[in-house]
Design a protein around this ligand. Structure first.
Ligand code: ABU
Length: 500
C-alpha cells in the first residue's frame, strides 16, 4: 500500500529492499505503458494545456513543492501525470523536432546509465564507459574518413556546445595565448558561417569574447547552401580591413532546409587561406551511416573538426552529441587545467584515459552507453536502414506535395536531407494575387494551423519564417517508426485544420 509509504521506507532504509522493488516495478509499469502509448496511433501526440493550467494544477497533479514529504502513491500519480501532460516525441506522428523517436534499446541504455549514476571524467570512476566512448569516437572518425592515426573527441551536452568547442579549439590552434592571456592578446578575429547556419555559431562567438559582430554570415543559394565565391569574397574583405579570419563553419544539414554546404569547395578555400574548417553535421552526420546518402557529405574528411549528434537522425535518446577534432591532443591542450584532486598524474593506470580534462565542464553525463548499446543491437547496417527510411519518407512527402495545388514547396528539387519545407494555401488565399496582402495572410496560416493542431493533439510539425519567406511548415523525419500512412495523415490533417 503505497499510500502509507514514503521515500524514507525505500533503500537504504533497513529492510527497504522489498518496498524498493515494488515501487520501482510500479514506476517501470508506468514507463512501459507510456512506451506502448507512444507508438499507438490511436493515442494523441499530446494532451495540451496552457502554462497557467499546469501552474494552477490539474486533477490532482500539483507542481508545487511543500516542506512535508508526499507518500509514494502520490509520487506514482505524479510520474503518470508528468508523462500524460507531456509531448510524446516518440509518436510516429511527431514531426516537430530534429530529435524524435523512442528507440527501445537506447531507452534501456539510458535507464542503465541513470542507474549507474556515474560521471564520465575519469577512468577511475567510469572505466567501462570511458572505453566505450573511445570505441564510438573511433567509429565516427572512420565514417568521416579521417586517417586512422588522426581523430580526437568527446561527447558533449548538445550540438551548440559541440560547435562552441570547435570555435574554442580553432582559436587555441591559431592563438594558444588566448587561453592564458585572454582576448587582449590576440588580434580582432573573424569567423564565417552561412546565413542558414545554426545560431549556436554566433552564440559561441559571444561566449568566447570574439563578439557576434565578428561572425560574418555568408550568402546562400535558394536551397540554403553557402555560396563559396561569396565566402571567398568575405574572407578577402576581412583581410583588407586588417582583421584576422581564422574559422569557417560549413553546415551539413541546416536546421530548417536541411541544406548541405558544398564541403569540398569550402575545404579548398579554407586550405587556400589557412583557415580552420568546421563542419556542423549535428543533423547531417547520420547520413554518413548510409551508403546511398553519405556521398552528399563528400569533403567532410577534409574538416579540422566536426559536430555530429547521434540524438538526431540516428535516433539515440537525448542527449548524444560529439565534437570530433582531427588533430589528436588539441582538445586536451586547449582545455586542460590539471586539477590535482581529479587528474592525478601518478595513478596506477594509463591516465590518458582520464579524458575529463579535454572538456570545458568538470562533471560529464554519460551519453555514450545508450549509443553503444544501439550500435551493438543494430550494427552500422541497422542505422543505415533507419536513415534511408527517414529520407524515403521525406521524398514521399515531397512527391505528394508537388502534385497538389493546395500546397506549395518552399524550393524546388528533391530534398537532400529529410527536411521538407512547404506552405499550405487555404481556399481563401488560392485566388489572391501575389503581393503584400497575400504574404501577410499566408504568414498567419501556419501558426493558426499549428495552434489548432496542438489543441487537438493529433500531430505536431514546426513552422518558421526564413529570410524573405513568410511562415512555412518544416517537416523533418528522424523517427523510423513513421510510415507513409503517417505522412498521408499529416497532409490530410493540415488540410482539415486549415480549411477555411
Ligand atoms: N539544435 C537544433 C534543434 C532544432 C530542432 O530540433 O528543430
Amino acid at each position: 500500500n503505497f499510500s502509507t509509504m514514503y521515500g524514507r521506507d525505500l533503500l537504504p532504509a533497513k529492510n527497504g529492499e522489498e518496498n524498493t522493488k515494488q515501487f520501482l516495478f510500479e514506476v517501470v509499469h508506468i514507463l512501459l505503458n507510456y512506451v506502448s502509448k507512444s507508438s499507438d496511433r490511436n493515442t494523441k501526440v499530446l494532451d495540451f494545456h496552457y502554462p497557467h493550467q499546469l501552474k494552477d494544477g490539474l486533477d490532482g497533479f500539483n507542481l508545487e513543492l511543500s516542506d512535508n514529504p508526499e507518500n509514494l502513491e502520490q509520487l506514482l500519480v505524479d510520474c503518470r501525470d508528468t508523462l500524460k501532460y507531456g509531448v510524446k516525441t516518440g509518436h510516429p506522428r511527431f514531426f516537430n523536432q530534429l530529435s524524435t523517436g523512442l528507440d527501445v534499446i537506447g531507452l534501456a541504455g539510458e535507464w542503465l546509465t541513470a542507474t549507474a549514476n556515474t560521471n564520465i571524467f575519469t577512468f577511475e570512476i567510469s572505466p567501462v564507459f570511458i572505453m566505450m566512448e573511445e570505441i564510438l569516437l573511433k567509429k565516427m572518425y572512420e565514417k568521416i574518413g579521417w586517417p586512422s592515426e588522426e581523430g580526437d573527441g568527446i561527447f558533449s551536452p548538445g550540438g551548440s556546445i559541440s560547435n562552441l568547442y570547435s570555435v574554442l579549439v580553432a582559436r587555441y590552434y591559431r592563438f594558444p595565448e588566448a587561453k592564458t592571456k585572454g582576448m587582449a592578446s590576440v588580434p580582432r578575429l573573424v569567423l564565417f558561417t552561412s546565413e542558414h547556419s545554426h545560431y549556436s555559431i554566433k552564440k559561441a562567438a559571444a561566449v568566447l569574447g570574439i563578439g557576434t559582430e565578428n561572425v560574418i554570415l555568408v550568402k546562400c543559394n535558394e536551397r540554403g547552401k553557402m555560396i563559396p565565391s561569396e565566402l571567398e569574397l568575405k574572407i578577402m574583405e576581412t583581410e583588407m580591413k586588417g582583421f584576422v579570419p581564422f574559422y569557417v563553419n560549413a553546415t551539413a544539414g541546416t536546421t530548417v532546409y536541411g541544406a548541405i554546404d558544398p564541403l569540398s569547395e569550402i575545404a579548398d578555400i579554407c586550405e587556400k587561406y589557412k583557415l580552420w574548417m568546421h563542419v556542423d553535421a549535428a543533423w547531417g552526420g547520420g547520413l554518413l551511416m548510409s551508403r546511398k546518402h553519405s556521398v552528399k557529405l563528400s569533403g567532410i574528411e577534409r574538416a579540422s573538426s566536426v559536430t555530429w549528434n547521434p540524438h538526431k537522425l540516428m535516433g539515440a535518446p537525448l542527449q548524444c552529441s560529439a565534437i570530433l577534432v582531427r588533430e589528436k591532443g588539441l582538445l586536451q591542450l586547449c582545455n586542460q587545467l590539471c586539477a590535482d584532486y581529479l587528474f592525478q598524474p601518478d595513478k596506477h593506470y594509463d591516465v590518458s584515459y582520464d579524458t575529463g580534462d579535454k572538456a570545458i565542464q568538470c562533471g560529464r553525463h554519460v551519453d555514450v552507453f545508450k549509443f553503444w548499446l544501439m550500435w551493438k543491437a543494430k550494427g552500422a547496417e541497422g542505422f543505415e536502414v533507419q536513415v534511408n527510411k527517414c529520407l524515403d519518407n521525406a521524398e514521399y512527402l515531397y512527391n505528394k506535395l508537388k502534385q497538389r495545388v493546395d500546397f506549395k514547396l518552399v524550393f524546388d528539387g528533391k530534398p537532400e536531407h529529410s527536411n521538407v519545407c512547404f506552405w499550405y494555401i487555404p481556399p481563401s488565399l488560392r485566388e489572391l494575387p501575389n503581393g503584400q496582402e497575400r504574404s501577410k495572410r499566408l504568414h498567419e496560416v501556419a501558426p493558426r494551423i499549428k495552434a489548432k493542431m496542438m489543441e487537438e493533439g493529433t500531430t505536431m510539425i514546426g513552422y518558421q519564417p526564413q529570410g524573405k519567406n513568410v511562415n512555412f511548415f518544416r517537416c523533418v523525419f528522424s523517427n523510423p517508426a513513421t510510415s507513409k500512412a503517417d505522412v498521408d495523415f499529416l497532409i490530410e490533417e493540415i488540410v482539415r485544420l486549415g480549411n477555411d
